[in-house]
Design a protein around this ligand. Sequence first.
Ligand code: ADP
Ligand code: MG
Ligand code: MG
Length: 252
Amino acid sequence: MLSIKNLTASINGTPVLKGIDLEIKAGEIHAIMGPNGSGKSTLGKVLVGHPAYEVTGGEVLFEGRNLFELEPDARARAGIFMGFQHPIEVPGVSNAAFLRLAYNKKAEAEGRDELDPLEFDDFIHEKIKLVAMREEFLDRSLNEGFSGGEKKRNEILQMAVLEPKLAILDELDSGLDIDALRVLGDAVNKLQRADRALLIITHFPRILETIQPQFVHVLSGGRILKSAGKELATELEDRGYDWVLEEAAAGG
Ligand code: ADP
Ligand code: MG
Ligand code: MG
């Protein structure tokens, strides 16, 4: 589904990604872990086409297409979704209106029927159960005044509505208490399917107890230093990141 080869990217002329190689197949869950400032969020933002980041080299294919030939909204329509670490607030646009707009744009692009407000109402009421969101949140302005946890709930609701092929979740665990983390982790697990892939970006291993990745990659200094199975997340929980950096420095 996603094939990243020797990807390099800069922000304001400073290299942040220094040669990333990563292959993600449909049905797989990958975790990108690493110390703060290592480039984890940058990788996600480069994949969705955030304008602040400049791709300086390498290649990314999404379902065989050159990702960098697609504008950000075309990438979203092609099925790439990213929940942001700091989701935006949009005063004056209700959450429900925003979700319906997003749903209908995608439906139109895929030649499916759009939903009118009443049809969407039925659809969205099924979806909010998944993330245990109270109905009143649908009528609130998009993310305005939402707590950190409510924004994260909303992010997974957006994922449930948009049914992406590749979902990139950046620091889903930030600002969540343990119960909310479990609810959202379970929701993400329910949304996982054989034709969908997940890229979980996280500094802390805890979320990976609920959403269990098959592959764990340690990113540091813009490079993937180590890749292994989910047991690596447990090891990082016990030992932290320093030993991976030392191992990489010693062995190259
Ligand atoms: P992580 O998500 O792993 O904590 P980031 O991808 O957010 O790391 O950041 C990687 C590096 O790029 C850091 O050194 C950070 O300071 C720098 N960086 C990220 N965004 C910007 C920006 N908008 N302007 C300048 N530097 C940035
Ligand atoms: Mg960070
Ligand atoms: Mg980050």
